[in-house]
Structure formats: C-alpha cells, structure tokens
Design a binder for this molecule. Structure first.
Ligand code: ADP
Ligand code: MG
Length: 455
C-alpha cells in the first residue's frame, strides 16, 4: 500500500508539472492510486465529476506519468471513491482497510484565496544566478519600496526559467513583510481574461473593478496571452492606469519583451516600456546544480554528486523539466532502495527526456539558423575567414550538427568548408565545455535551438 501511495505521489508531482496549478488542485485533490495489476492502474476520485473530467481530459497525461515510473502500466481504470471509504481493488473483493493520509503535495498548494498566491513560492527558495540576478534585484527593490521604485516591472523569459516563482515570491514577501497592510493580488492573464468575459456576459464589470482596482500590488502572469483580446486589453489598460496613477505597484511577466507581443495594443506596450524591463535568461550550469541541490534539500533526499552533475548537464533549459527529471531519479532510488549510479541515472534520464527538436531538421537548416542568428551568411560559416565574428558561429554550427543531429565529425567537417574531422571534433568539445561556463553562450545556444524547433 505504501508503494501505491509513493507511486501516486510521484506520478502526481509529474502531472503537476504538466497542467496548470488550479486545474491540478481542482481535479487531483484527494485522488488515489487504488490498485495496480496486470498492466492496469485503478485510480479513485472523490466524486463523479472529477472522475469523468480526469478520464476525458487527462488520460494520456496520467498514463504517461505512471508509465514513466512503471513501464508495465498499459491502461487506466477510473472510479469514484470517497477517501473515507474502503479503497477497492481492481478485481478481487478482499480489500483491506488502508487509510489514505492527506497527500503532502496538496498542503504545499494551498492557494491563498485573498491574494491568489501560492505560499510555496518564496524568495528564500529562489536560487540566484547570473541569468536571473537582475530580475531578482529588481524584485528585492520593489519589496522594500512598493510602488515607488520600478513601476511597472516587466519580467520576461522562456518557459520554465522561474518567472512565476519570482513574481509570486515577490507577492508573498510583500504580504508577509507588511503584514497584510498592503493588499496583493496575483492573476495569470488567462484567468483575468476569463473573468472579463464572465463579467461582460453577466453585465457585472463592477466585479472586475472591485477586485483589481482596489489592490496595492497587482501581479499579472503571462501577459502575452491577453494580446489581441480587445476587451480584455481595454479593461486591463484601465486597471493599469487606475493603479499606476495611484502609485500602486504593477508586476508583469511574459514569455517575451513587450515589443515582441505581436498583437499588443500600442498604448499598453508603451506603458510597459515606460517602466523597468528585465529578462531572466536560461539557467547556466551552476544555477542548475544549485537549483537541484535546493530541491533535493526541500524533498529531504540525497543523490550522488556525479548524478546531480549529470542531470544538470542533460537538462539545460527548463527548470521545470529539471525538477521533473530529478523527481524521477529520486523516485527510482526510493522505490528500489538502491543508490542510483551514474549509469542508471543516465538510463533513467534518456528514457525521460524528450528531444524537442524535430528529427527532420536538415544540416542545411541548422547552418542557416545559426547564420541568421549571428547575422552572417551560411557561406561565411563554410568559408575560410578566421575573424572572431565568424569563428564562434562556425563552431556553434558544428556543435549543433553533432548535438542535435548526431552527425559524424568527418561529415560535419566536410559540410562546413571541407575541413578535417579534428576541427569539428575540437569545436564540439570546446563549445560543450564553454556552455557550462559561459551563460551568454548557453543562452545563445538555447535560443538557436528554440528557432530550430520551429524550423
Ligand atoms: P516560468 O514561470 O518561467 O515558466 P516557473 O516559475 O514556473 O517558470 O519555474 C519552473 C520551476 O522551476 C518551478 O518549480 C520553480 O520553483 C523552479 N524554479 C525556477 N527558477 C528557480 C530558482 N531560481 N530557484 C529555485 N527554483 C526555481
Ligand atoms: Mg509561469
């Protein structure tokens, strides 16, 4: 039974990473893994609504999460099961009573209804490194001088780099520091949009005004989603102005800078650009290791340093994915009761990491994307020029041809100007080492890879 509970716990932490927090809490609260045999897993939900919803919407995600942990799982069965009643079994009737304890993962997820903040995000648990130190410093300044220093603060960065964590932590910090004298409200822009739509439909625009214009700190996450939604932008613009004129603090996050949100109204864009804009880059190696260590500590687990190192080397971009991989390695160690060796860790990681770049990217595309990125021509990359502006892009192209397409060194050398295979090999080794030391380089490579996924 303990095993089922552990398994479900880990599967939940996996599922949690894949769906939004509110959905996760709504649909998976008090769910349980009741039984598992002959490739089927039986999952219980507290009511029919949750059961149906999970069955229809999250079948694949749940199955994927369980299968990652136990390859034998082939299908799922769902049922309604009150946590207080006896958990049934898949086939036989001789179930024993197994009290299901409150799942700890949910106690971490108690969203404060007043502020909409999740207390799990704190500045204390936010690890600072070169990719996020500016954003962190700006947030700290804001906490000290709410509404006076940087207003609005616009934080942008890629998926999983810590935007939500940082801006929610700011909210929690402000709330605790000023002991509730400062009213804070956090809202993802999609939720804001839904509320505006609801208010319009029900002719209750006053609810939006009450809710959002009366706060001292408004934190709005993933603003890129409101771009192009006219009425929402309109409403947000008015809210923004009302708050701004009263020196209320506004903190905004986005996956890109204001000027790259294509459909954002000009007046909103210029408002955002009138404040402080800072970005969070992709985490460098040191930050990834530090985050892994912090998460291990939070979870009260230990892993061999070389395994931590391996995980940090394999997942370079997304701290959410990093945490997911870490969870799986820990799970393995806990259930098998054996220390995860380097070799084993490698196996677990390889089974779990999805290579996001499409396999059908061609070498020519890689060279072109790199050339475009550095604003040189593909011919420069295969040419003989030894200027720095060309040498680094050329080495990066070689690195990516190997890293992404797994091409042979002789082939890569040949493709890029009929060079010797040792040149390609050297370039690959050099860039592989440099990305771990040089955050700017790491950032460039991540951005290029991102472009490749769309190539
Ligand atoms: P984003 O909003 O940019 O997509 P999140 O804030 O959701 O990213 O971060 C993804 C995960 O990584 C979260 O679990 C978060 O706690 C963790 N994380 C991100 N940055 C840090 C950091 N600097 N220190 C500790 N944990 C972090
Ligand atoms: Mg986020």
């Amino acid at each position: 039974m303990e095993e089922l509970k552990n398994l479900w716990q880990t599967a939940l932490s996996e599922i949690e990473l894949q769906i939004s927090k509110p959905n996760f809490v709504t649909w998976f609260k008090n769910s349980q893994l009741l039984d598992k045999r002959d490739g089927a897993a039986l999952i219980g939900f507290p009511n029919n609504f949750a059961k149906e919803w999970a069955e229809n919407k999250y079948y694949k995600i749940i199955l994927g999460a369980l299968r990652n942990l136990d390859g034998a799982t082939k299908k799922l069965e769902f049922m309604v099961c009150n946590t207080n009643s006896l958990p049934p079994k898949i086939s036989d009737g001789k179930s024993k009573k197994t009290p299901v304890a409150e799942q700890p993962i949910f106690s971490e997820l108690k969203v404060d209804p007043e502020t909409n903040l999740n207390p799990r995000y704190t500045l204390g648990s936010f690890v600072v490194g070169s990719s996020n130190e500016l954003a962190y410093a700006a947030i700290q300044a804001i906490v000290k001088e709410v509404g006076k220093k940087y207003n609005p603060l616009f934080v942008h960065g890629g998926v999983g780099v810590g935007k939500t964590h940082l801006i929610q932590a700011a909210g929690n910090e402000i709330k605790n520091f000023y002991q509730n004298k400062v009213r804070v409200r956090y809202v993802p822009s999609e939720k804001f949009t839904n509320e505006v739509i609801w208010a319009m439909r029900n002719k209750r625009m006053d609810t939006i005004k009450d809710k959002y214009r009366g706060v001292d700190v408004l934190i709005i996450d993933d603003i890129q989603f409101i771009g192009g939604k006219t009425r929402t932008e309109e409403e947000f613009f008015h809210t923004f102005n009302a708050l701004y004129e009263n020196n209320k603090q506004i903190i905004i996050s986005s996956d890109r800078p204001p000027r790259f949100i294509p459909t954002l109204e000009e007046r909103l864009r210029s408002r955002f650009e009138g404040g402080m804009i800072c970005d969070i880059g992709y985490p460098d190696y040191e930050l990834r290791v530090a985050v892994l260590r912090t998460k291990l500590q939070e979870k009260g687990s230990e892993l061999a340093p070389e395994v931590v190192d391996l995980v940090a080397n394999k997942v370079k971009k997304n701290l959410r994915e990093l945490e997911g991989v870490l969870n799986r390695v820990i799970f393995y160690q806990q259930t098998k009761g054996q220390v995860v060796t380097l070799k084993l860790a490698e196996q677990i990681i390889n089974e779990n990491i999805q290579e996001p770049i499409q396999q059908n990217v061609t070498p020519v595309q890689v060279v072109k994307v790199v050339a475009d990125f550095f604003e040189v021509s593909p011919n420069d990359l295969s040419g003989r020029c030894r200027k720095k502006e060309v040498v680094e892009p050329r080495q990066i192209a070689m690195y990516l041809l190997r890293d992404v397409l797994d091409l042979s060194f002789p082939y890569i050398g040949e493709k890029l100007g009929k060079r010797d295979h040792t040149t390609a090999m050297y370039a690959f080794e050099k860039i592989s080492q440099d990305v771990n030391k040089n955050p700017a380089l790491n950032n460039k490579i991540m951005l290029i890879k991102e472009k490749l996924t769309k190539a």
